[in-house]
Design a protein around this ligand. Structure first.
Ligand code: MF3
Ligand code: CO
Ligand code: CO
Length: 296
């Protein structure tokens, strides 16, 4: 079983525990027993990664027209479940660590891991839809925040800066560069806009497992200063930016839903990226979704 808990790695609890030198093998404190990021060098492996991510992106294109006022998040979840099964693939979230649905739908002050249900999307909401699929044993993971009807200026601005921050992160990395370059670039971009960067959840390596090394924090950390992005490393960049404070709290009742502690809005975008010898290849680009430079 993966040592990682849940989608985005939860740093404060057992991720921190895992990386504490007294608890487990780790690169913390100079141990040589660090878990290494898997390197995918073979064309066959890279094609497996590309196919899984492409499917995930096409599914995002499939559901995009349904994200309108009046739809419930449960309906979006069922669309994704049906589409995934029809194509003979597996929703990665369903049953993952006991997660009850196929996707995450995170509305307004929900940062991540919102559980789909009867909540109807209404004019002015922002909602992140996070999809992950297993295709022939390979994982693809991506998310988008959708504006429902007419949203406030500050909601639109939050979504815009979060989308741009993801792209700033993508362009910050080069072959054999450091993971910290990503967090540094995103943090430096977001803060002057007056937005806070969520710290308890981060991007992650991905491939034959949902969550693996390297952890990809969206702000600078000591571990990310030591982690190198060699060609063949596959990972996500998935910044969560908040209008208010960065701190989050998990819903005690459902054990999943993560909210901002001040109840202010949060947005997120996610792509899966393969580092190649010539630079990052974004594997989850969609046909009809927002392209780099898009204005919301
Ligand atoms: N897709 C999320 C991520 O980006 C993970 C969600 S795991 C779930 O890593 F169990 F909450 F669905
Ligand atoms: Co995701
Ligand atoms: Co992810």
């Amino acid at each position: 079983m993966s040592l990682y808990l849940r989608g985005l790695i939860q740093r404060d609890t057992w991720f921190g525990q895992f990386f504490h030198p007294s608890v487990s093998s780790s690169s913390f404190g100079g141990s040589t027993l660090a878990r290494q990021a898997p390197i995918y060098s073979k064309d066959k492996d890279r094609d497996g990664l590309r196919r899984a991510s492409r499917f995930n992106a096409q599914m995002m294109d499939h559901i995009r027209p349904y994200l309108q006022p009046g739809v419930t998040t449960g309906e979006i979840d069922r669309l994704v479940y049906g589409y995934t099964m029809e194509h003979g693939h597996t929703p990665a979230c369903l049953g993952y660590q006991g997660y009850p649905k196929s996707i995450c739908t995170s509305i307004n002050e929900v940062v991540c891991h919102g559980i789909p249900g009867d909540r109807r999307l209404k004019d002015g909401d922002i909602v992140n839809v996070d999809l992950t699929t297993v295709v022939n044993g390979w994982y693809g993971d991506s998310s988008e925040t959708f504006l429902i009807g007419e949203v406030s200026d500050e909601a639109r601005r939050l979504v815009q800066v979060t989308f741009d921050a993801m792209w700033v992160g993508i362009h910050s990395i080069k072959p054999n560069g450091r993971v910290i370059d990503i967090g540094q670039a995103i943090y430096k971009f977001a803060r002057p806009h007056g937005l806070e960067v969520v710290r308890e959840y981060q991007g992650h390596g991905i491939g034959r497992e949902f969550h693996q090394e390297p952890g990809v924090p969206h702000y600078p950390t000591p571990k990310s200063a030591r982690d190198i992005v060699k060609p063949g490393v596959c990972f996500t960049i998935e910044p969560m930016l908040n209008l208010g404070v960065w701190r989050t709290v998990k819903d005690k009742a459902d054990g999943w839903t993560v909210r901002t502690t001040d109840g202010k809005l949060s947005a997120q975008f996610e792509h899966t990226i393969l580092m190649t010898d010539t630079g990052p290849e974004v594997l989850t680009l969609t046909e009809t979704g927002p392209q780099e430079g898009h204005r919301f």
